[in-house]
Design a protein around this ligand. Structure first.
Ligand code: GDP
Length: 499
């Protein structure tokens, strides 16, 4: 947040209203306290309650995290498979290991969701460091690590899948654990040492009982949870009556849940931050207005004139990019001498358009359009694209670093256009606190959707694989109608999002 000091100069709230803890070494992670300097919009203020919950979580992470006696003890229990019963488990430290897989956007959404679930259930969050999750980001908690150390006893945890016998859904199905009253108080006595929580896109109905209150009571007694998700499942936590009140206290503005979590948790390392700041200063800083356009394409797709048309129609219709002047008879169309051009000469207003995409074709076309023809507003429109990696790659360091830098650069724009269904765009909108214009998914490749895009209902990401279940009625139901804070997404009709 930017405040004006008594002398009128801009002073910056480097801790984002208490969201960030003070006392980290600034040089080892410049982005943590510097990013506020790059934002024209201050972002939302966290509630005092959220701030206090974050400080509590940090203390828990320090007390129980890797290197502590409590951690060694918990690992010992996991190795031996003994828990000492529910009562003992509730006093000791409990853990959640979040598996990192799929694209960077998916990984960020998964870890953010796992973090919020950990805060709600007093668990220590440990993130699987594979797929660059250990390298791209600074440590978020002071005085401890959030990365799962090597030598974890469940050595094949990264292969856990829908068919893993210890998944919560499979343990329910096979009656290894029960939620009904006949099982006694939360399965006392025979609590498993760990459960695997499968919240992937292919989660079964049993797996999705995770979002029910009585299942949470059972899960709460299990010391170790290992979770796989590729989704932002926080909207699902609002469906659980046991969490809803606490979430409402933490987030009096529920649509800002991810906005706060992503800015709290994910600070790019100094290398990535260098990519962000150098690009920003060179191409974006001087512009009067900045528009971000995220064009999510897949490597094998041919360049699509329809998608280009969707981009121009959307941005011009919504007033984000100026229309182009139509050349008058006998004129070359460059706008020289045209009366509509308001401010020719070096004082004219500039608009910077930041395109991100795996391909460069869309950027080249847009750039050409605003070079060859004049903008009806008289603005000078510069179009920029930091990289074009051509194909999505996995486990490639410089590839992920560029993706992360581009998410941040998009978040620094004044208006953002995203591609439907893309978690990459969700991260950018959350970081920036931007409610984007979403380009709808075409029904087929030769069809430009009409309207081409729509203003999203909130800045929060869409949960792509939600349950369709009413826990109270114990039957299938439209989960978009259960909690007032949660409704269906505009880019994916069955998805859920917080508003
Ligand atoms: P999603 O697949 O659109 O939901 O987004 P993800 O971030 O999960 O996965 C897509 C991955 O492809 C990214 O993490 C990048 O590695 C790569 N990618 C896709 N679009 C871009 C882009 O515009 N810029 C860069 N640098 N990488 C991209």
């Amino acid at each position: 947040a930017v405040r004006r000091g008594v002398s009128g100069e801009r002073s910056y709230d480097r801790l984002l209203g208490g969201l960030l803890a003070d006392g980290f070494d600034e040089r080892s992670c410049r982005s943590r306290y510097q990013s506020v300097l790059y934002r024209r919009r201050p972002g939302r203020q966290p509630s005092a309650y959220l701030v206090s919950k974050l400080r509590q979580q940090e203390a828990l992470q320090r007390r129980c995290g890797p290197g502590t006696e409590a951690y060694s003890h918990a690992l010992e229990q996991l190795r031996s498979g003994k828990t000492g019963g529910a009562a003992a488990a509730s006093q000791d430290c409990k853990y959640l290991v979040s598996i990192s897989y799929r694209g960077l956007g998916n990984r960020i959404l998964a870890a953010a969701s796992a973090f919020l679930y950990s805060v709600l259930t007093d668990r220590v969050l440990l993130v699987d460091p594979s797929n660059e999750m250990g390298e791209l980001f600074c440590e978020p908690f002071p005085g401890t690590t959030w990365l799962l150390p090597p030598g974890f006893p469940l050595s094949s945890y990264t292969n856990f899948s829908i068919s893993t016998a210890e998944s919560y859904g499979n343990m329910l199905r096979n009656k290894v654990i029960r939620t009904d009253a006949s099982a006694g108080p939360a399965g006392a006595g025979d609590v498993p040492a760990f459960a695997y929580v499968h919240l992937d896109h292919d989660a079964t109905e049993q797996d999705n009982l995770f979002f029910c209150d009585e299942d949470q009571r059972v899960l709460g007694s299990i010391p170790w949870l290992v979770m796989r998700t590729d989704s932002y499942f926080v909207p699902g936590l609002f469906l659980d009556t046991g969490f809803r009140e606490e979430l409402a206290r933490m987030f009096p503005e529920p649509d800002a849940a991810f906005h706060h979590v992503v800015r709290y948790l994910f600070h790019p390392n100094n290398h990535v931050w260098g990519l962000v700041t150098r690009y920003h200063d060179a191409y974006l800083a001087g512009a009067a207005h900045r528009v971000g356009i995220q064009v999510r394409v897949f490597g094998a797709q041919p360049n699509s004139p329809e998608l280009l048309e969707q981009i121009t129609r959307c941005t011009q219709k919504e007033g984000l990019l100026p229309e182009l002047l139509v050349p008058a008879a006998g004129e070359d169309g460059d706008g020289d001498g045209d009366p509509v051009v308001a401010a020719a000469g070096p004082t004219r207003k500039t608009k910077a358009v930041l395109v991100t995409s795996l391909k460069s074709w869309y950027y080249e076309r847009l750039k050409g359009m605003y070079w060859e023809r004049a903008a009806a507003t008289g603005e000078a429109v510069g179009v920029h694209q930091p990289s074009h990696e051509e194909f999505q790659r996995f486990g490639a360091r410089s590839h992920d670093a560029k993706a992360l830098a581009e998410m941040h650069l998009l978040s620094l724009t004044d208006a953002l256009v995203t591609t439907a269904w893309s978690t990459f765009g969700y991260v950018a909108q959350g970081l920036g606190g931007l409610r984007p214009w979403v380009m709808y998914r075409p029904e087929n490749d030769t069809h430009v959707p009409d309207p081409p895009c729509g203003r999203d209902v909130s800045m929060d990401p869409c949960f792509h694989a939600p349950p369709f279940y009413d826990c109270r009625l114990k039957r299938g139901a439209d989960s978009g109608k259960i909690a007032p804070q949660v409704r269906h997404c505009i880019d994916m009709s069955w998805g859920l999002k917080i508003v």
